[in-house]
Design a binder for this molecule. Structure first.
Ligand code: ADP
Length: 375
């Protein structure tokens, strides 16, 4: 096989959707997959199965690839430094990824930049937490995802489970937020930065359930502030590829940064069908230092609804049913087996009327997940 232009570490749905964009761009990818049947390994023929925490495995994967990017943020930074020393460009680099890997480091750096954050402190004991005050949100500084490793605590007794994890913890004020927003930007090594429209993300049980692009009724000044903030964070932290800045819009109309992700993000999946250039295509363009594509929406409204494992076992068969009912809704399945609550796909609808777009996206998701439309 000819040499790849890009190595991707991690074989989840993000790498799978990068491959979809890579085909359009004519970019050859080699993948490091966790197992032979993971989501992206099904669609990237040039893949190696192995462990991303093993430096020799990483060396094999990137051997003849000039650039490396990621499906997740968990590759040990010392391995990335080694790959860089051996002449491979890691994008984003380990110096930037640190702030997506460690929430305490992220808070310290963002506060130094003057980015608005919830009040926070690292805590290592119940006494520290009492001194911080209640109610608080406790978070493991590393390794949390989809709300795992996040606890809302109103007393020292509530914090027992969190402290029992034995891991360093970050305490944050419990933010009284109106809603959650996300600002995505793509940034290339030569410094080009482009922001997507700011979106609203709605969570259920700590997992992103649906995303509306752009965020409805968002004050244009706050939207401009969110975009500028994301652009500044990407530039100051020297992020390459997609940066997602998860934000709270507080009840009194301010923005606070929740966390950072340095890879295509669930809140940007709408852009595959709803924007001129998808976040996956712009991620690839950015890490390969190609000119970025326009981030403008194709329609006034796009709504993305996640497909979580439900009653329907055979999603591929159910796809035909949903296409019959909603021919204009775009269905993305990740090639994963169905387990309750597991992210197995998403649907996107777009058009001129938000109520209609929301209804079509939700109806399609329900029909795909449970075989019924709930209306
Ligand atoms: P994860 O890394 O698991 O995504 P997050 O830090 O994003 O963890 O937290 C998960 C969810 O918990 C957020 O989407 C938000 O709904 C809620 N949350 C997190 N931090 C706070 C906070 N300081 N105040 C209020 N709610 C919060």
């Amino acid at each position: 096989m000819p040499s790849p232009q890009l190595a991707i570490v991690g074989g989840g749905q993000l790498a799978r959707m990068m491959q979809q964009a890579a085909i359009g761009l004519g970019v050859r990818i080699r993948l490091l997959a966790e197992a032979p049947d993971v989501s992206a390994a099904q669609v990237v023929p040039d893949h190696v199965v192995g462990d991303y925490t093993d430096l020799e495995t990483l060396r094999t994967v990137v051997a003849d690839a000039p650039v490396v990017t990621f499906d997740h943020e968990h590759v040990p930074p010392e391995h990335l430094q080694a790959l860089q020393a051996e002449g491979h460009a890691c994008r984003p680099g380990p110096h930037a990824l640190l702030y997506a890997q460690d929430k305490a480091e992220m808070r310290t750096r963002l506060e130094a930049l003057g980015a608005p954050c919830p009040r926070n402190a690292t805590v290592s004991s119940a006494d520290d937490l009492v001194a911080f005050g209640f109610p608080a949100v406790l978070k493991t500084t590393r390794g949390g995802y989809d709300g795992k490793g996040v606890w809302v605590v109103r007393s020292a007794a509530d914090a027992q489970e969190a402290f029992a994890s034995g891991r360093p913890l970050l305490a944050e004020e419990l933010v009284d937020f109106r809603r959650e927003l996300a600002a995505l930007v793509a940034r290339s090594p030569s410094g080009e930065v482009l922001a997507y429209p700011v979106v609203e993300s709605r969570q259920a049980d700590g997992v992103c359930a649906e995303v509306i692009a752009p965020a409805p009724d968002l004050d244009p000044e706050l939207a401009a502030e969110a975009r500028a903030l994301a652009e500044r964070i990407a530039t100051e932290l020297d992020v390459t590829g997609i940066l997602a800045v998860e934000l709270f819009e507080t009840a009194d109309g301010r923005l606070l940064v929740n966390e950072l992700a340095m890879r295509p993000h669930n809140t940007g999946h709408w852009s595959i069908d709803g924007a001129v250039t998808s976040q996956f295509e712009n991620h690839l363009r950015a890490v390969l230092d190609l000119p970025l594509g326009a981030t403008d929406p194709r329609a006034p409204w796009s709504v993305m609804v996640n497909i979580l494992g439900g009653a329907v076992e055979d999603l591929e068969a159910q796809r035909a049913v949903v296409l019959g009912a909603e021919p204009d809704v775009k269905i993305h399945l990740y090639g994963k087996s169905v387990k309750a609550g597991r992210k197995v796909g998403h649907v996107t609808a777009y058009g001129p009327d938000l109520d209609d777009v929301l209804a079509r996206a939700r109806r399609s998701a329900a029909l795909l997940t449970d075989g019924v439309t709930h209306d």
